[in-house]
Design a protein around this ligand. Structure first.
Ligand SMILES: [Zn+2]
Length: 169
């Protein structure tokens, strides 16, 4: 199993970077590259050998992606962001200016949008959960993309192998 190859590497807990990272869902790197190679394989449909090779390659990727999805980890519900909050101490510098940056999770509970401040001691753990949730989302999308490509290859294989009966003298 080679996790790093298929899914984005884990980003270390850095509240400053969370805002930019958590919101956006990157598209899997698969689609552009592999649809080209599938296209090539389908176009060269002589014996179907290339299609089969490509199918097997995708199958290995599918298995890796699935292994990653099935690895059990808590998945954070909601998304993380950094908010600034005043601590309430009269002699703190934040009383006059900006609050202290704190990690916040926004999530849905019974259809209601809720938010909760993450304790500093829990920040690493919650960030791991957020990373795991993001990997799960992109892994699911990747699995679907691979399966779509496999379907396309099977159609190509059927085309490559279909024969019209011609009686010979
Ligand atoms: Zn303060």
């Amino acid at each position: 199993m080679c996790k790093g190859k298929v899914l984005p590497p884990r980003v270390e807990a850095m509240p400053g970077r969370l805002l930019g990272r958590v919101g956006g869902m990157e598209k899997g790197p698969l689609s552009a590259i592999h649809s080209t190679s599938i296209f090539m394989a389908v176009m060269k449909n002589n014996t179907g050998a290339e299609i089969i090779r490509e199918f097997r390659r995708l199958e290995k990727q599918r298995e890796q992606t699935l292994d990653d999805l099935l690895a059990s980890e808590p998945l954070l519900s909601g998304s993380l962001s950094v908010v600034k909050r005043r601590c309430g101490k009269a002699n703190c510098h934040c009383a006059a200016g900006e609050g202290h940056p704190q990690l916040q999770v926004v999530f849905l509970e019974d259809g209601n949008r809720r938010s909760r401040i993450i304790r500093n001691a829990d920040a690493d753990k919650v960030d791991r959960w957020a990373t795991a949730a993001q990997r799960f989302r992109s892994g699911t999308a990747q699995l679907k993309a691979i399966e779509n490509q496999q379907k396309a290859l099977l159609i190509g294989l059927r085309t490559a192998r279909s024969r019209i009966y011609e009686p010979r003298n």
